[in-house]
Design a protein around this ligand. Sequence first.
Ligand code: NAD
Ligand code: ZN
Length: 345
Amino acid sequence: STTIPSTMRASVLLEAGRIEMQERPVPTAGPGEVLVRVGSVGVCGSDVHYYKHGRIGDMVVTAPLVLGHEVSGTIVAVGPGVEEDRVGERVALDPQVPCRRCRQCKAGRSNLCPFMEFYATPPFDGTFCDYVTAPADQAFAVPDSMSDESAALLEPLSVGLWAAHKGNVGPGDQVLIAGAGPIGAMVAQAVRACGATDIVVTDFVDSRRERITSFGATRALHPVQDKDEIAALRVDTFVDCSGATPAVLSGIASTRGGGAVVLVGLGAEEMPIPVQLIATREITLTGVFRYIDTWPRGIELETSGAVHLDDMVTARYPLEQVEEALNADSDPLSMKAVVVVNPAA
Ligand code: NAD
Ligand code: ZN
């Protein structure tokens, strides 16, 4: 088997705007865990936010933090209790480590576990480094045909799959999505894979509207120029991936009686809600926080060609250039920047 070094490279956020490469000890796989040599790591808006502002709401970077949580790699060692033959397996990691004991976990809502440990959420280090550990059952084998990059992007796809699930999206449905950023694009791909046939996506940014039709959207509309067309819609499901108050309000107004509104975007902390409209149309309003057990389906969808994750990668950087990758990702022309930590052999 592979020789595992005692130290590794880690790209560490020291404070807002300051990233440093450090040498750190390679972690050891504990009971039930695997040690993974990191392949690719996708850059997420939350990584960019921590880098630029040192915090997301009340989650504050008070000690050096390794960013990155959209991750794939290869199992190089297993801890006690894990089948030895998993060494060498290429995997994608579900970055959630719930406690599995609390009431939320036991009720099947592990994404809402109050004791959750999540890569790159203070104080837990993320995956912009050579090696990480994960519970063995959160490491999902991916087929040879799937690239490391696609395997890493199963994480943002999971947000899309969970949004489609929470919005009850099914065959023949009409779906409105606000925001054509990477999350809006993942939702578009996910709802298409669930059988939605009319997928309308809105965004102010021309380049993002133009691009979104290659990621599952059947129509891309401008929130202001096309506002009459948007207002005339009565969709089965509206998914907000913008976090913008006007988008949420117009999306709710464009949802049919008995339809669903799914809030994914984390922008405005509060906004006025049209209570009478929601009541009289019996609209189901729900949030989305990450996902539950979406990797097996994501792997099936990517393998069968129902979603296209490779096409979402717009730039690649080595581990030494995490800072460049974080800056690239705030550019509207960027869909997904990926840090190739260890290129595939
Ligand atoms: P992004 O900023 O790249 O995309 C948001 C898009 O919304 C932008 O293209 C912007 O131009 C567009 N927009 C702004 N105002 C609009 C309006 N009025 N109508 C239509 N579009 C409008 O962000 P992203 O990485 O794609 O993430 C989207 C949102 O999802 C973020 O708020 C992020 O925090 C959130 N998110 C939530 C979860 C979760 O678990 N709930 C997970 C990941 C991301
Ligand atoms: Zn729990």
